[in-house]
Structures are given as C-alpha cells and as structure tokens.
Design a protein around this ligand. Structure first.
Ligand SMILES: Cc1cc2nc3c(=O)[nH]c(=O)nc-3n(C[C@H](O)[C@H](O)[C@H](O)COP(=O)(O)OP(=O)(O)OC[C@H]3O[C@@H](n4cnc5c(N)ncnc54)[C@H](O)[C@@H]3O)c2cc1C
Length: 486
C-alpha cells in the first residue's frame, strides 16, 4: 500500500531518482519505530539523497508543501528522535558516506553523515601522524562509544555523544572543528574556520554558531559535513579495576582519581549492568556481591608513563581505603578489559547484550549530572526501578575534569507487552523528574523528557530556544514536535 501524495513522490523522484524514494508501507515500516517506548508512527515518504544540492531541493519542496522532514541515519539514538511525530519525509542520509579528508598534519577529519564508527575507525587506524620528529604513533582515533559500530559518527557527535576519550579530552561535541549545514530554508552555510579557508581545524575564535546545530536533534538543519579533531593513538594502554560496596564509595574513589586528570576514562557499572544480559525483570543482587564495579583506562607514550599512572592510581585507592571508603580489590576478566580498549566494538555495543532475553525494548534516563548527585540519585532511582520491577543497571562515567559526568540507567523492557512498556516509561520519566532538581540533564531526550525539562526551565531559556527555532525554521518542518515547545 502506498502512502502520501503522488505529486510529492514524483517530485522527490525527480530530485534523487526513483530508486531512492519510496512511499510504500512495506518500506516505511522500518522507519516507524525504534528500540524505545515511542509509539510507532509512520512517515509518508523515505528519501535517500546523495548530495547537498539534493538536500536543498528536498527542503525547498518540504517548505513549499509544509511537510515535516526527519534527518535519519540509523535511529539508534535511544530517544525516539527519528520516529516521526507528524508523518512526513524521512531523510535517510546513509548514502552520504564519504570521509572527505583526513588531515594527519593538522589532526582533523571531514566526514559526511553516513560515515559509521567502524568505517572511520578503520580509516583512522590506517593513517599515521605526519609531523617531522613525531614517530611514536601508528594511526589516529576519535571518541568511540559503546554504541553499535554501524551508527553515524556525525549524528552522535552533534548530539553530545560520549566516547572513550571523554575523561582525557572531553565528550565528542567538544571535539568538533567546523561544519557545513543546510538550513531548513535550504541555504548552505559554513561554520568555523572552513567559512574562511579550506582549513577545517577550529571553531574558535569565532562566535560559536555551531551551537545552533549541536544538541538540537535535527530540528534546526541538516549537517552535511563535519570537521572533527582526531588524536594519535598512544601505544601503551592498561585497564585498572576496583569494586565498591556502594554508590557513595565508588563515587568518592572516582572523583578523587579524576582530579589528577591521568586517565582516558573512568567508569563504574552497578551489579545489574555488569550482568550480560541485564537481568529483566528485576532480580536481587547476591548479598556478598559488590554494588559497583569500576574500570579506568590509562594510556601513554612509554611504559614509564603508564607505570607512573598506575602508581598514582594505587595511591588514590590506598588513601581512599584508609579514609574508610569500602573498595574491594577486583580484576576484570581479560575479555572484558579488551572490550573497553578495542572500541568501536561489535560485542560491547551489541544491543542484545542489554535486551536479548526480554523483548527488545531499550531506553535510559540520564545522562549528564554533577558527580556529587550520582549516589543520591542512584539510591532514588534504585527505589523507583525496583518498584517498577526493573533492574537499576546504572553507569557512572566521569567527563573531563571532575565537574560532571554520566549517570545513566540502561533499561531493557518487553516491547511485546504494553504493561512492560508503560512501567519502563513511567519509571524513567519519574527518574528524570527526580534528577532535574539535582542537576541531571537528559541528553538526546525523548519528548517526555523534553516536557519535564521545559516545565523546569528558566522561562527566558525556553523563550530563546523557541525564537531560534522560529528564526531558522519558520515553517516548523525540521523534526517537528521533538523540542516540546509547540
Ligand atoms: C546499545 C547502545 C549503546 C549506545 N552507547 C552510546 C555511547 O556510548 N555513546 C553515545 O554517544 N551514544 C550511544 N548510543 C546512542 C547512539 O548509538 C549514538 O549516538 C549513535 O552514534 C547515533 O547514530 P545514528 O546513526 O543511530 O543516529 P540517528 O539516531 O539516526 O540520529 C540521531 C539524531 O540526530 C539527528 N540527525 C541525524 N543526522 C543528522 C544530520 N546530518 N544533521 C542534523 N541532524 C541529524 C536525527 O534526526 C536524530 O535526532 C548507544 C546506542 C545503543 C543502542
């Protein structure tokens, strides 16, 4: 069965060619849902452009006809962000998959939206730094998360994605250097140093207009090229592990250790997140098992550098134990350690690790919170989760500099059972409501979280956000409904 309007389909076919457009229900169904609790909703068309000019032409048509446009690569965002609120055109950007440039001298890459983590990581590993006298390193890296390796680097980075360099260098949206955007009204703009020359190395010292397109979830324009900083791979790496009796104990250790800024990442997972797959429904933790398990990745240019970092880490652990912090010596199995250093990974980001035994649903509350709120919110969230029959499969990860970090609860649920879906959604919304007053801000927020955020927000903030959205997207065609402001 066909959806939408024949004239629109004919126009879209003229733009991208008939093989890259469809309004057939059978082709649209995969675009109508994601892993989260979002109600499946059908788009009317899917279109797969290859060039910036094609995107411009599609947006002109969409403005003229006032049809929503939803930017889409793999829809693994865990926020229902690519599920259309009001039908319209799914703009699937997978065909725009060129790594346009890797500059090994100035250490940046330029990528299109369809470039996957697996693709970019392979290309970066095969590129050596080129600077006279610098011969330490083989290959480059970017911040790889624990997401599916097939997901888009660009879509992750512009939505404040979190990768394995977050402790040392910052989250991925702090590693952007320039961008090209097609505005909702179809003009093409360049932001950052690329607006002045062919060099895509930096947004600074210009006004940070890239902020109009980062964290906006495809509601303000289509980013068609992105400059990202890349980093020479350090040849020495180690993973140090410790467990703790409580969220309070693990937080004390993590924040103390992070003040030295010596690690690439420090993460802790609750007992429930350490299970593969996560227990669903809720299962009690064995009494003698630690509540949290933590790993920290250190890297360096020599064995001596690594040894120094190990020494400092041991000092922190000893000092914390001496203060009464209940830390428990614990070794991760080698395979689990490899999972933390060999990213992007087919194993770690595998959705089935999280939800294979329970019916395919996956979502999370979180993810940015001040570290001092972690243990308080963990205890609140744990009570909420257990009350709803869910496992508090929680992760803490420190972001650069002990200011704040990830507080997230990976939540599998049974998509086949409406009661399970409802319980999971209610639990997660309740967690967000409890978290906002303590500084927690959800990232890639589903509409339900946006509503909670907007209700709590400073009125001037919502006013400005609405004004910017209206200015950039006067016909409200870009992923409408996701910001909860209309
Ligand atoms: C098991 C699991 C683990 C995960 N772990 C992590 C993690 O460790 N770190 C992390 O950051 N994420 C994680 N994620 C989330 C997600 O996988 C990543 O953010 C991913 O890179 C998103 O890519 P995608 O291709 O699925 O994007 P999509 O979901 O297709 O798009 C994401 C958003 O960006 C918008 N968008 C897409 N392309 C453009 C464009 N060109 N211009 C403007 N807007 C655009 C979309 O409309 C949507 O709002 C995880 C997901 C899963 C399922």
């Amino acid at each position: 069965m066909a959806r939408g309007n024949k004239e629109i389909i004919a126009k879209l076919e003229q733009i991208v060619g008939p093989e890259y457009v469809s309004n057939e229900e059978a082709n649209l169904i995969p675009y109508s849902w994601d892993l989260t609790w979002a109600e499946p909703r059908m788009p009317d068309y899917v279109v797969m452009p290859k060039t910036v000019t094609e995107i411009q032409r599609i947006l002109r048509l969409a403005n003229h006809q006032k049809i929503p446009v939803i930017p889409y690569v793999n829809a693994t965002n865990i926020g229902g962000l690519c599920v259309p609120e009001e039908g319209g055109i799914i703009m699937d950007l997978k065909r725009m998959d060129q790594i346009i440039k890797i500059d090994p001298e100035t250490c940046y890459a330029i990528i299109e939206p369809g470039v996957s983590h697996a693709q970019l990581s392979a290309a970066l590993k095969a590129t050596n730094p080129q600077w006279e006298g610098f011969e330490f390193s083989k290959g480059f890296e970017f911040g790889w998360g624990v997401h599916p390796a097939s997901a888009s680097v660009l879509a992750m980075a512009i939505n404040h994605g979190i990768g394995h360099l977050n402790g040392r260098i910052g989250i991925n949206s702090q590693l952007l250097s320039s961008m090209e955007v097609v505005l909702p009204t179809a003009e093409v703009v360049k932001l950052g140093s690329c607006a002045y020359s062919d060099s895509w190395h930096s947004f600074l010292p210009l006004p940070r207009m890239d902020g109009l397109f980062t964290g906006w979830m495809g509601t303000t324009g289509i980013v068609t090229k992105l400059g990202i900083w890349i980093f020479p791979i350090r040849p020495y790496r180690d993973v140090l592990t410790i467990a703790a009796a409580s969220a309070k104990d693990i937080t004390k250790y993590m924040v103390h250790w992070r003040h030295y800024s010596l690690c690439d990442e420090v993460t802790a997972v609750s007992w429930w997140l350490a299970q593969i797959p996560i227990t669903f429904p809720y299962k009690e933790k064995p009494k003698d098992a630690p509540e949290f398990f933590s790993y920290t990745v250190i890297s360096g240019w020599s064995e001596e550098e690594l040894e120094y970092k190990r020494k400092m880490w041991k000092k922190v652990v000893q000092e914390e134990k001496a203060r009464g912090t209940q830390l428990i010596d614990f070794e991760y199995p080698e395979e689990a350690k490899r999972g933390r250093t060999e990213l992007p990974s087919r194993i770690v980001g595998s959705t089935k690790n999280y939800s294979k035994s329970c019916g395919g649903g996956l979502a999370w509350p979180g993810t940015f919170a001040p570290c001092k709120s972690w243990p308080i919110l963990y205890e609140k969230w744990k009570e909420i989760y257990i009350r709803h029959g869910l496992s508090p499969a929680t992760r803490f990860t420190d972001y650069q500099g002990a200011h704040y970090g990830m507080l997230r609860c990976m939540t599998p649920f049974d998509k086949r059972n409406p009661e399970s879906v409802k319980a999971a959604r209610n639990a997660m919304v309740e967690c967000v409501r409890a978290g906002i007053p303590l500084g927690m801000l959800p990232y890639k927020p589903p509409v339900e979280y946006m509503n909670e955020l907007n209700a709590a927000a400073d009125a001037g903030y919502v006013y400005l956000m609405t004004k910017i959205k209206d200015m950039l997207d006067p016909n409200n065609i870009m992923n409408p409904g996701k910001l909860g402001i209309r």
